[in-house]
Every structure is written in C-alpha cells, then in structure tokens.
Design a protein around this ligand. Sequence first.
Ligand code: NAD
Length: 476
Amino acid sequence: MTSTFAAEFTMTIDGLPVAGTSWIDVTNPADETVLAQAPDCSPEQLEAAVAAARTAFPAWSATEYTERQKVLHEMADAIEADIEPLRRLLAREAGKTLDDARGEILGLAYWLRGISELRLPETVNEDSPERRSVTRHAPLGVVGAIVPWNYPLGQIGFKLAPALLAGNTVVLKPSPFTPLATLRLGELLRGVVPPGVVNVVSGGDSLGPWMTSHPGIDKISFTGSTVTGRKVMAGAAGSLKRVTLELGGNDPAIVLADIDVPTVAEKLFWGAFGHNGQVCLAAKRVYIHSDVYEPLKRALAAHAATVRTGNGVTEDVRLGPLQNRAQYERVLDLIRDCEDHGYPVLTGGLPADGKGYFVRPTIIDNPPEHARIVREEQFGPVLPLMRFDDIEDAITRANAGDFGLGASVWSADTDAALAVARRLEAGTVWINEIQHLTPQVTFGGLKASGIGSENGIEGLLAFTAPQTITVTPGRP
Ligand code: NAD
C-alpha cells in the first residue's frame, strides 16, 4: 500500500497519540486508490478513551464557563492556523472541492466561536424568606459523538462545541469512510485542550455499537441515517443513555408561480446539487407550479450543463465524486430505476465506466409520486421535479412520507409562502433560501428525521440535565 500521506494517522486518547493494533483503508473516491490507513480502534482502546474522558470530567466540568469559552476560541485558532494541509486532506478523503473543504473548516472554527457565546440559563423558581430555589443545567459526563461522512469536520462543530462548553468531555468517532481530517483535528487539539477532554477514535463497523452500549458514556450525539439512528437508540437503551439523533431527510421545495425563474433556478440548483446532494438538508424533491414548470425545468437543466464534475482538487471543478462506493451504487440504482420506468432523464444519467465515483447532476422530469426517486432519500445528484396546479395538493405531497427534516418555499409573496411554510411538517422551513444554519439557531428533525436538536440554546441544553437546588435559610 502506498499512502499519499507520509505521516501515520493516530487516534488521540488522553491527550496522547495512539496507533492502531490493526488498520482500515481509507479510499480516495476520485480514483479509488487507498489514500491512507486509519487505526481500527480495539475494544481495549475504546475502554482507555472512555476512562480518560471520565477521569478528565470532574476537573473540566469544574472550570469556569469563561475558561471553557476561551478554550473553544483557542481550538478555532488552532484549526485556522492549520487550514491549508487540513483542507487538502478533507477534500481528498471526502471528495470535495478545495473551496468547499476550506469553507467547511472555516465553518467549524466559526461554530466553535459562535457556540461559545451561548449562555446556559438559570431559572429562579422561588426567592422568598422561606426558600430560594434555582434550576441550573449541569453537564452530563462523557459524550459519545458519532458523525457521518458528508461533512466530517462541519458536523463536529455541532457536537464538540456545545458538549465542551456545557462542561462535558468527549469521545469522538468519525465515519470509517472519512476519518483522516478528524484524526488530524485530534492531533491539533492535543496542545489546546487538557488531556482526556477530547478523545478521537476511528474504526470499522463495530466501533459505533460499542460506543452506544458502553456504560461509561452518558450521552450519544449522533448524526447519520435513520436506519442507523434506530440502532443507536436501541443500543443506548440498555444503559439508559440520553440520545440526540439527527437523521435522514427527503426535503421538499415548493415553488409558487410568481418567482423570478433565473434567480430561483440558480439557488435551487445549488440547494439540490451542492456537494452532489450529499447534504442532509439538500432539496431532494421539487414541486413546481405548472405556470413556471417548463421554464424552471429548462433553466435548471441549462445550469447543470455549465457545472464541471471531476476530481475536487482540480481547478474549475465545482462537484467532486460521490464519497463512497455504496453511495455511488445506490445513486446508480435510483437512476436505473427511473430509466426502467421510463421517467424522462433530462440531464446527466448513468455515467460511463471508469475510475472514481462520478455522477453528473441528473434531473428527472415529473416522475409520479410513487417513484422511488420521490419517496426515498437519494443523498446524491439526482433530482426529481414534479408539477402541481393546486397548492393543497403540493402541501399534501410534500408532507407525505416519514421524513421531516427541512423544507423550502419559493415565492415573491412572503405571506403566501408563510402560509404554506406553517403547514409543512419539517423542523426547519426556509423561504427563498435554503440550508442556512447558524450556531445560534436551533435545528432538528421531525418524524423519522430525528429526536432532539442541535445548535442554539436547545442544542446546548441537550448536553446538560436540569438540576434544581433549593436553599432553606436558617439553622436546621
Ligand atoms: P450512517 O448512519 O451509515 O453512519 C453515520 C455514523 O454512524 C458513522 O460514523 C458510522 O460509522 C456510524 N454507525 C454505523 N452503524 C452504527 C451503529 N450500529 N451504531 C452506532 N454508530 C454506527 O450515515 P452516513 O451514510 O454516514 O450518512 C448519511 C446519512 O446521514 C443520510 O441519511 C443523511 O441524511 C444523514 N445526515 C443527517 C444530518 C442531520 O443533521 N439530520 C446531517 C448529515 C447527514
């Protein structure tokens, strides 16, 4: 095996580098070569990581809030200082463009600083001569953070920043498809956070289940598919862990008749095809009023033709490969299903044979509601456009199915769009934009898209438990 990266990747346990006793291959999705190897964490190494986090918890949770805020800022500084090598690594392993990888790393730094400004509330329940009762929010202990491969570093900001700020310690596990940038992050943080406060472990398919059932972990903060989310919840039940689950989505976009076609076409194109649709909050099915269906369809297809797909580290490429073979095969299967059923494929389609998981943006023209490409989460660059005449019909179709993550409504008439938005079953609904998240704004899914939320005060509180302390004055 020849590694593109000379240095060995190590886990971070108790502030120290830990090599694997065995290793997993990490594939470059642009050419299917082995990019590097990551440690395959053993059960004993996970024990050591959990023990280190437990040992570090009393001191870390006892630090002043302002001290923890300062550490989050120092983490952000350390990440930004290393952005060049980190973005090359992230772009290669995740199949991103260098610009997207840079944006994701800056986003992580922004999240660390933004979350650090949140304050945990204290509620005075009673303040009388007899009694003073105050509810505060105490940290939980050790948090197990499990993230997917689409935003390996970006997702970490949603978990690591609030978990640490609230006073918890963390065992962080990246996806086996994209562990490298996260392992490097662990290295960077060794000099910034006290030993044991942030532990980074990597490994194969057994590691996540070991974490969810581990009695020494108090909470699992999970982002990934709904199928895995169900397993996480079942795994956590034995030790009655708290869970936050950010799961899959099949986000509808509803386009009313009064839009400006070129403006909406460009925004919707990137809202659906950015990072090849491998975004939980991508527009995954688009319902378009008949009056603008044909022009918007043509504009989206024309936009697709201008976008270059290729190795993300190459100049001018806007879309890289899909991140892994399983996802690539799944997307091809969905395109094949459209072809087999005779749904018109406007652009893109099945790729020619070759190395790398490349699929050009593919648009499907008005498939029926029961088509797999409409009902299932594609998590890839295949977008069904559907025509509607009656907004009631569009709302019913948008709300059909198990998911309820995000949605968007597009119209020049804000009141009309708001009236639609309020009736959509989704944790976040955007009007005339899409995927805008900030550290201050709570985000989470309804229905099978998740339990609990991330970011904002609710996201911070999710790493705490309420504790009420009542003081009765005088000598007992
Ligand atoms: P996945 O569920 O396969 O894996 C996610 C993580 O869980 C990985 O780290 C994986 O190793 C780990 N894992 C796998 N099996 C496990 C188990 N039994 N117990 C514990 N951990 C286990 O998801 P993926 O394919 O990496 O990501 C794509 C999915 O994630 C899509 O459905 C997407 O919509 C969803 N997603 C959701 C959000 C959100 O915020 N709601 C954000 C990004 C991605």
